[in-house]
Design a protein around this ligand. Structure first.
Ligand code: SAH
Length: 465
């Protein structure tokens, strides 16, 4: 790879029959790949004049000048597409191209060398520097003005001022990361993301902090047009969890949505960063303190009104989460979730910060993290292009107020049980009828509450059996 070349995308194969390709973008804002003019092969020898079309599953449909048939398009599968670093647009003072950050040497404020930036971690929001140390484990440092007061690209150095405890706390977790391995700075989607360095220019000193208020990972401004979720939790390691797998995981790395976690512990008070205290009026367990929670909420605040960016505390006492909630949230700009632990959260901060309480169901979990993942999953799959076929969210349970009908697949006879004949009849109207009737039957039997709501809007079905 030529020095100064940055990989911004790849050709994922032919798309359709007329020579179009499926284009995978590695840019922070995927559509940006169409804005850099011609793209180059790794060695710079080939030029690709690409017109980017609509977003499709796995990227964009795109056309390459001179490619007119499927065979030719398919031959380009796997081709990585590059831009010349120096032709990239300039960035605001406090924002960097991730590829420029990789390889910089990290010093502490006393001038001692800590290591080298080998990657920028992005569990959804791209704000953690992964620093490789000689003879010691990797360090993860939040990319904020407090922790990284100075970035000097010309000198190839960064000054780090990790808050006490962070070195231990931020040790590289034992999990597969989507970081970029050293030496192959162009292999993942992170290469080309830009890195907001919140609230300061490159050479600013650390900003003053409120006492007891350690700002760790800055959430940074939400990227335009990408649905984003910000999770406040005592267990950031629980994320992305299952959200990092399969369709939601792929959509996350494709930039269709963003996930940002904030460790509530960072806002804790005193030497032990304590976040909770005993319940007023007595009783078992501990309650999360309002001042601690408010500080975290303030840190992840967005400019959007609650209507399009709800701020939600997971709680068994909350309004039940339903498919309708997921639909409403998916249509907004994003969501902030506060995961409770212990006995819950001081009531005053919920009122003061207009936090609504939402419940996953009528049972009690030990913490809000699993509930948060369930809510995020249900919401993210409704974001356009996250699921393959759009129909798949239209006919499923709850979408029309009924449970889904039973489903079958091959083999035709299994363990002596046959697939209902009508499904094999090829008669679409009869199949649709059968499915509707089954959906009604199941709803009536299993969910009288849903059935009552259904018959309220369709009174003629009340007598049906
Ligand atoms: N004392 C509380 C239960 C606390 S459980 C009560 O009786 O209502 C601890 C945390 O787990 C809660 O603060 C909440 O964030 C989370 N949690 C537990 N059950 C939940 C549910 N059904 N839905 C959403 N969050 C839940």
């Amino acid at each position: 790879m030529g020095k100064g070349m940055i990989c911004v995308g790849a050709i994922a194969g032919a798309f359709g029959t007329a020579g179009e390709i499926r284009l995978k973008s590695f840019c922070a804002n995927p559509a940006d790949i169409g804005t850099y003019g011609p793209l180059y092969s790794e060695d710079g020898a080939e030029t690709y004049d690409i017109t980017v079309g609509p977003a499709v599953k796995g990227g964009f449909a795109a056309r390459i000048k001179g490619v007119h048939d499927r065979t030719r398009a398919e031959m380009l599968r796997g081709t990585r597409l590059y831009v010349v670093r120096d032709t990239l647009p300039g960035l605001p003072d406090d924002t960097f191209y991730i590829s420029d950050m990789i390889g910089l040497t990290v010093f502490d404020t006393g001038g001692a060398m800590l290591g080298r930036i080998r990657a920028v971690q992005d569990y959804g929001a791209g704000n953690i520097l992964e620093v490789q140390r000689k003879g010691a484990g990797d360090l993860l440092l939040p990319f904020t003005t407090e922790v990284i007061p100075t970035v000097d690209l010309d000198a190839g150095r960064v000054v780090a001022n990790p808050p006490e405890g962070v070195i231990q706390a931020m040790k590289l977790p034992d999990r597969p990361s989507r970081a970029q391995p050293a030496g192959q700075p162009c292999t993942t989607g992170l290469t080309f993301s830009t890195l907001p360095h919140r609230g300061a220019t490159m050479t600013d000193g650390p900003k003053s902090r409120k006492p007891g208020h350690i700002t760790g990972q800055a959430a940074g401004p939400p990227l335009a047009d990408v649905w984003a979720v910000r999770v406040i939790t005592l267990f950031p390691d629980a994320f992305p969890g299952t959200l990092g797998l399969s369709l939601t995981g792929k959509a996350l790395s494709d930039g269709l949505w963003q996930l940002h976690t904030t460790d509530l512990r960072r806002f804790g008070r005193g030497r032990h960063r304590s976040v909770d205290d005993r319940p007023a009026g007595g009783g078992a367990g501990m309650i999360l303190r309002p001042d601690v929670v408010a500080a975290a909420l303030e840190q992840v605040a967005t400019p959007f009104p609650r209507r399009v960016w709800p701020v939600v505390c997971l709680s068994p006492r909350g309004r039940p989460f339903t498919q309708a909630t997921a639909r409403r949230w998916a249509q907004g700009r994003g969501l902030t979730l506060l995961c409770g632990r212990f006995e819950g959260v001081d009531e005053r901060v919920l009122q003061d910060c207009q936090v609504e309480e939402v419940s996953l169901g009528d049972f009690v979990l030990t913490g809000g993290e699993i509930a948060a993942q369930a809510l995020i999953d249900a919401t993210v799959r409704l974001i356009p292009h996250v699921l393959g076929k759009h129909e798949s969210t239209e006919e499923e349970s709850f979408s029309n107020g009924l449970l889904e009908y039973p489903q079958y697949t091959r083999p035709g006879i299994w363990n002596g049980r046959a697939i209902p004949e009508v499904l094999l009849s090829g008669h679409h109207a009869r199949i649709a009828d059968w499915r509707t009737n089954q959906a009604k039957r199941l709803t009536r039997e299993r969910r009288p509450d849903l059935w009552r709501a259904h018959t309220r809007t369709n009174p003629e079905e009340d007598q049906e059996r």
